[in-house]
Design a protein around this ligand. Structure first.
Ligand code: GDP
Ligand code: IMO
Ligand code: MG
Length: 435
């Protein structure tokens, strides 16, 4: 058995799409376990750029199976648009993709209700992707959600839809955020899409467990990142799902006893989109330089990403939550031109050292990062594919990250393309992911 989770160790956009696409070659199945089309996973291959939102990044590898797990929230119209776009680019989707009958259905009403918090004066704005993700998960946890299996039962769906939408319309009107929508048109559109996705829908937990039982291997693809996890992230500035390793089990129905490894993906620095505390944010020219060199603009919303320095205490925290076996450090090339590269090695409040990740956003805003500077290497690492060819100072930087995080750096990404990647021979990463 060699089933491995690959997930974000920061606030998302770490380069998971590139990493999962590349290494899905070594697995039979790639399964997404949480989130929805708030995710934007960018993959470059054969001169083409793909941004995957709902479909696992492994879909680009012919012959591999892709799974949309029960932990996801699914806008069927967005899913169909993604399938159509991929198929018109020559990617075979319909024969490769399985969709969980237990994934939750996301409606336009969820996007409307997101304005209850995001769009109203005096309310705490999270700076969401406006895809309706939070309200859809609220319905799931509130036990009033509709699942793909309900959507496929057209008679039942019609009844459930009427009463669910009535509730939402009442709520939206009461809070003054009501927007006229073609409710019946939406219902019919969803029912039409249901027929298109029906052949792909199954009990994916059974599919995965049977495949594992037969000796096939699964790569679990996380969306967002651990600091956006609803339990372990910078609450309330988080997403509404379990992005960390535990989510892979609940979000697919595969037991932890059947998973052999967890890999964290981290940028060589750090970014965040949306609001919330960010201790190492670089608000000076350096932040702008990272944004420009790293092209740090959201893959879903196009918003500029907030940029800052590598935060080792944050990584130690996410390594503990997930039990990382190894790290993939991406976008090393983005740091090529810096004279000095600050790395946060600890947190302080006044004169007091802060040993644990503060649980509240307010406490996190009060801490000060303690930096140590690593010397820059002033040499291009773009596209380097062998560890030995990295400049000595870039190797020192990676060793510095390893020593402060306590996790091996088993893989390094030096550009967006597949071949712009280094796997360190003899690493745990090589054993788990390439073995
Ligand atoms: P994800 O959400 O974690 O899959 O990450 P995104 O796709 O949202 O953002 C990562 C961006 O960085 C994408 O545009 C990738 O093409 C790009 N990228 C990934 N790895 C590297 C790298 O090593 N160097 C550079 N320069 N770009 C990279
Ligand atoms: P990938 O998978 C980065 C952020 C939003 C917002 C917060 C809540 O591409 O790494 P939501 O719409 O989920 O309710 O927004 O989470 N966010 C992400 N940030 N990468 C993502 O996905 C994100 N998905 C959500 O910006 O701060
Ligand atoms: Mg992204």
């Amino acid at each position: 058995m060699r089933n491995v989770i690959i997930l974000g160790s920061q606030w998302g956009d770490e380069g998971k799409g590139k990493v999962v696409d590349l290494f899905s070659e070594n697995f039979d199945i790639v399964a997404r376990y949480q989130g929805g089309n708030n995710a934007g996973h960018t993959v470059f291959t054969g001169g083409q750029k793909f941004v995957l939102k709902l479909i696992p990044s492994g879909i680009l590898r012919p012959g591999k199976k892709a799974v949309i797990g029960n932990g996801m929230v699914l806008d069927p119209v967005a899913l169909m648009a993604e399938i159509d776009a991929l198929e018109s680019a020559g990617v075979e989707v319909r024969g490769s993709l399985s969709i969980s009958n237990r994934a939750h259905v996301l409606f336009p009403a969820h996007r409307m209700l997101e304005r209850l918090s995001e769009g109203r004066a005096g309310k705490l704005s999270i700076g969401t992707t406006s895809r309706g993700i939070g309200p859809c998960y609220e319905d799931k946890i509130g036990r009033r959600g509709m699942r793909i299996a309900d959507l496929l039962d057209s008679e039942l769906f019609r009844q459930q839809y009427e009463s669910a939408m009535e509730e939402k319309i009442t709520l939206a009107k009461a809070f003054g955020i009501y927007e006229e929508l073609d409710w019946h048109g939406i219902r019919d559109q969803y029912l039409a899409v249901a027929e298109r996705i029906r052949p792909m829908v199954c009990d994916t937990a059974m599919f995965l467990n049977q495949a594992i039982g037969e000796g096939r291997t699964v790569l679990f693809e996380g969306a967002q990142g651990t600091m956006l996890d609803v339990d372990h992230g910078t609450y309330p500035f988080v997403t509404s799902s379990s992005a960390s390793a535990g989510g892979a089990c609940t979000g697919t129905g595969v037991s932890p006893t059947r998973i052999q490894g967890v890999i964290g993906v981290s940028k060589a620095y750090i970014t965040r989109v949306g609001s919330g505390p960010f201790p190492t944010e670089a608000l000076d020219g350096a932040g702008e330089q990272i944004r420009r060199r790293g092209n740090e603009f959201g893959a879903v919303t196009g918003r500029p990403r907030r940029c800052g320095w590598f935060d080792a205490p944050l990584l130690r925290y996410t390594a503990a939550i997930n039990g990382f076996d190894s790290l993939v450090v991406t976008k090393l090339d983005v740091l090529d031109e810096f004279d000095n590269i600050p790395v946060c090695v600890g947190y302080r409040r006044g004169t007091e050292e802060v040993a644990e990740m503060p649980p509240t956003a307010r406490q996190l805003e009060q801490i000060e990062p303690v930096y140590q500077c690593a010397p820059g290497w002033h040499t291009s690492t773009f596209g380097v594919s062998s560890y030995d060819e990295l400049p000595a100072r870039a190797k020192d930087y990676l060793a510095f990250l390893e020593s402060w995080t306590g996790v091996e750096v088993g893989c390094i990404s030096t550009g967006p393309e597949r071949h712009q990647t280094i796997v360190r021979p003899g690493s745990r990463f090589a054993r788990l992911v390439c073995g």
